[in-house]
Design a protein around this ligand. Structure first.
Ligand SMILES: NC(=O)c1ccc[n+]([C@@H]2O[C@H](COP(=O)([O-])OP(=O)(O)OC[C@H]3O[C@@H](n4cnc5c(N)ncnc54)[C@H](O)[C@@H]3O)[C@@H](O)[C@H]2O)c1
Length: 335
């Protein structure tokens, strides 16, 4: 059987160095992949004159599975976010963002294990209908929630909870104020939840969810919510376990999946070999789980965990002084 082909997008800023870390680790653990490298973001703009070249889109479609570094969307100039474009183009409707506490990280809590399942294509974050009035004194945007979109994301969250042996799904909304959009989401979520009697379902208004996540994060298990709330809550969750350097995300649709770090291209530390590659390494763990390669996924997760717990070779954001490559070497040594 031929090796599985994976599309790899190194991306901008710290992207190439953290992606290199993840690939070295995948190779060490014996994954039989062939990698097709593709450009996107600023680097693609410089080389090919566009942010998302056709050959990159073709490779994402062909190989179905992509490991991606962060991309810089130029500010101004009317550019649409490349990530939003990718999610829409490949209908990657589920954004799965797990956060786990590792001993040895600088964080306020221990024992956090939360998965945020964020709807990835609809709602306010999709940026639909954005417009300024001619006199520049008012602005508008359109937020659309569909029954189909709400149903498939809530179903995804409950199925994930069941498959991973989790106990509870918290449905986060703002239906008391956003009665049409959030109201429809909540109505559909209740209908889906009723089909999963084995999973506890809980409803929470988004502002209360923020407070409860900070005060009692251990009470959360799986969260399902709409696009903008999920964007904000998942960064809050990353902050509970030591910051953006620790937070991976999978964008999953019926025909393709893209695995990435939650953070951006970090231009302030790019080229210095000091970025923490953990987020993208954990994204590669999500990728292996998606491909059914549980044992390789667990080996990498354990090596990352024990390296961070040991504390001798961690990056600056975790309070250490190791470079990106030294941290990667330490994980590889544990494998
Ligand atoms: N998924 C993506 O591709 C993605 C996501 C978010 C932002 N972006 C893009 O990234 C660019 C920069 O955005 P930003 O500065 O707002 O956010 P950012 O996530 O790049 O950086 C925020 C802060 O976190 C730090 N940081 C981020 N990742 C880190 C890591 N792995 N190790 C250590 N420190 C880390 C940075 O140094 C910075 O101080 C923008 O162009 C934005 O559009 C891309």
């Amino acid at each position: 059987m031929p090796n599985r082909r994976i599309t790899v997008i190194p991306g901008d800023g710290i992207g190439p160095s953290i992606i290199e870390s993840a690939i070295r680790i995948l190779q060490k653990v014996g994954c039989q992949f062939d990698y097709d490298y593709a450009d996107a973001g600023l680097v693609a703009m410089e080389k090919h004159g566009e942010l998302l070249p056709k050959q990159t889109l073709d490779l994402i479609e062909q190989n179905k599975v992509t490991l991606k570094g962060p991309l810089t969307t130029p500010v101004g100039g009317g550019f649409t976010s490349i990530n939003v474009s990718l999610r829409k183009k490949f209908n990657l409707y589920a954004n799965v963002r797990p956060v786990i506490s590792f001993k040895g990280t600088k964080s306020r809590y221990e024992n956090i294990d939360i998965i945020t399942v964020r709807e990835n294509t609809e709602g306010m974050y999709s940026g639909a209908g954005q417009r300024r009035s001619d006199d520049n004194n008012s602005a508008e945007a359109t937020s659309i929630i569909t029954r189909e979109g709400a149903e498939r994301i809530v179903l995804f969250a409950f199925e994930l909870a069941r498959n991973e042996g989790r106990k509870k799904v918290t449905i986060v909304h703002k239906a008391n104020i956003l009665k049409s959009t959030s109201g429809l989401f909540l109505e559909v979520a209740r209908q889906v939840a009723a089909r999963f009697p084995d999973i506890q379902s809980e409803e929470m208004i988004v502002d209360a969810a923020c407070m409860n996540l900070v005060m009692y994060p251990e009470r959360f298990d799986v969260i399902v919510t709409t696009n903008l709330f999920g964007d904000i809550l998942s960064d809050l969750c990353a902050g509970l376990v030591g910051g953006l350097g620790m937070a991976p995300g999978a964008n999953i649709g019926s025909g393709a999946a893209i695995f990435e770090a939650v953070h951006g291209s970090a231009p302030d530390i790019a080229g210095k070999n000091i970025a923490n590659p953990t987020s993208v390494i954990l994204a590669s763990v999500q990728m292996l789980e998606y491909l059914g390669m549980q044992s390789e996924a667990e080996r990498i997760l354990n090596a990352v965990r024990t390296t961070i717990e040991a504390g001798e070779t961690v990056t600056r954001d975790l309070g250490g002084s190791a470079s990106t490559s030294e941290f990667t070497d330490a994980v590889i040594a544990r494998l």
